[in-house]
Write a protein that binds this ligand. Structure first.
Ligand SMILES: Cc1cc2nc3c(=O)[nH]c(=O)nc-3n(C[C@H](O)[C@H](O)[C@H](O)COP(=O)(O)OP(=O)(O)OC[C@H]3O[C@@H](n4cnc5c(N)ncnc54)[C@H](O)[C@@H]3O)c2cc1C
Length: 393
């Protein structure tokens, strides 16, 4: 079955991208939202889907071929997440493991780190979480207080993180900390690979009102001793390396939101075509048809912005990709919140039943508004960097 809101024109996507879109959609529909929500409600992971997607080359489609990946870009990885989400299986860890961690390792890791991690991240046999958010830093990452001190050849890492997704199913966590600059004495960002089982590394689930197979965790790093080669990339280029991973994160969060939005729109449209309480199906009433049409337009606009951001990123223009990725994440988050809201309304009482699975999407779409960077912080960014307005905070 072709994608419902089609970019299936060779002018927009290559034939290979369209083929990938269709094949991933087929896989996603074989599992579907009943599988995904069933796992989430049972407190289980979606390992079967993750492993199969890994074997088929979808999880690591963006990673370099020489390390077992597909050699494509974030454009293709976003297609994978969007189509799985449209089929009812929005795999949150695709945002984290191959997109953030895989990208940073592929671009800045040592040869040994790449050989150790990338083949597993690509075929899905290994997974990695990503930890930047802190209780007292939140949107203000300049306040990050996780610090690594040198102890002989080792590092000692101390700090606290919050809302970290999927640690329980991950082999390691890429932790954003800080090191002291020997020259200035100032703290600067640096990335560390922390094995989930490292002594001093503890994590506790946070009770979230989300129907998701991925849980969020509070993390405690208490004198976690790491070897010298736990540092990823250059100690002096932490910020640049971080942004290399954060742009794909934003593009993938857009894909996460848009997959959910398309799933909700498909459900609502299908329902509106058949549910009849007067003479005609309820979809004949403009009070329902027009808002759904608006949602379709907003989804399409956000998809285009996401494609632009991914294209810029894959072409190596990190700066332009930054603005586009922020805009795409914003547009997708808004389109998804509005679409799910309208879909629930379209189904009346059925919008709130487990059978249709739409109510679960209400909180899922809010994630795309808050994480990884909130709607307000994107607006701050655009006001300041795109429009040149004074910074307000
Ligand atoms: C489901 C989920 C999964 C997540 N997974 C991860 C993960 O895997 N790894 C990770 O590191 N983090 C993760 N996060 C954390 C997420 O990135 C943060 O929640 C997000 O960055 C916002 O930070 P905060 O929650 O501390 O909100 P705060 O920073 O406290 O913000 C609260 C409110 O204040 C607003 N605000 C703050 N500053 C300003 C300002 N200057 N101007 C205007 N408004 C402002 C914000 O927009 C927001 O509305 C996850 C979060 C969720 C909900």
């Amino acid at each position: 079955m072709p994608a419902p809101h089609s970019t299936e024109s060779p002018l927009i996507e290559t034939p290979e991208q369209t083929a990938l879109r269709r094949a991933v959609g087929d896989l996603g529909r074989r599992f579907g939202s009943s599988y995904f929500l069933g796992k989430a409600r049972a407190g289980e992971h979606t390992d079967e889907l993750w492993q199969e997607a890994g074997k088929l080359g979808y999880i690591g489609v963006n990673l370099p071929e020489e390390y077992g990946g597909g050699g494509a870009g974030v454009t293709e990885l976003a297609i994978v997440l969007e189509e799985l989400g449209t089929a009812g299986c929005p795999l949150l860890m695709l945002v984290v493991s191959p997109a953030i961690c895989g990208t940073i390792l592929a671009r800045f890791g040592t040869e040994a780190q790449k050989r150790h991690w990338l083949p597993g991240l690509a075929d899905g046999s290994k997974k990695m979480a990503f930890a930047i958010t802190e209780p007292d830093a939140g949107s203000n990452s300049h306040r990050l207080a996780t610090v690594a001190h040198r102890d002989g050849d080792d590092w000692l890492l101390n700090g606290r993180k919050v809302f970290i997704s999927g640690i329980d199913g991950s082999d390691a966590v890429l932790v954003v900390g800080r090191t002291e600059d020997a020259r200035t004495g100032k703290l600067k960002p640096a990335l560390f690979m922390v094995p989930r089982t490292a002594p001093g590394f503890e994590y506790r689930p946070i009770a979230m009102e989300l129907v998701s197979p991925e849980r969020q965790f509070e993390v405690f790093l208490d004198d976690v001793r790491l070897p010298a080669d736990a540092l990823v990339g250059d100690e002096n280029a932490g910020l640049q390396q971080l942004f290399a991973g954060l742009n794909p994160e934003r593009i993938m969060t857009a894909a996460f939101s848009l997959g959910i939005a398309r799933q909700a729109l498909d459900t609502a449209v299908g329902y509106a075509k058949t549910r009849t309480v007067w003479e005609q199906p309820i979809g004949a009433h403009q009070g329902l048809a027009h808002p759904l049409a608006q949602c379709a337009i907003e989804i399409e606009l956000a998809r285009l912005m996401m494609a632009k951001a991914a294209h810029l990123y894959d072409a190596g223009d990190d700066l332009a990709a930054g603005e586009a990725a922020n805009m795409a994440k914003y547009a997708a988050g808004e389109a998804a919140c509005r679409t799910v809201d309208q879909a629930v309304q379209t189904l009346g009482g059925n919008g709130l039943t487990e059978e249709y699975g739409l109510a679960a999407l209400i909180s899922a779409t809010r994630v795309g508004r808050v994480a990884p960077v909130s709607r307000e912080m994107v607006l701050n960014y655009v006001a300041q960097h795109t429009l040149g307005l004074p910074r307000s905070y």
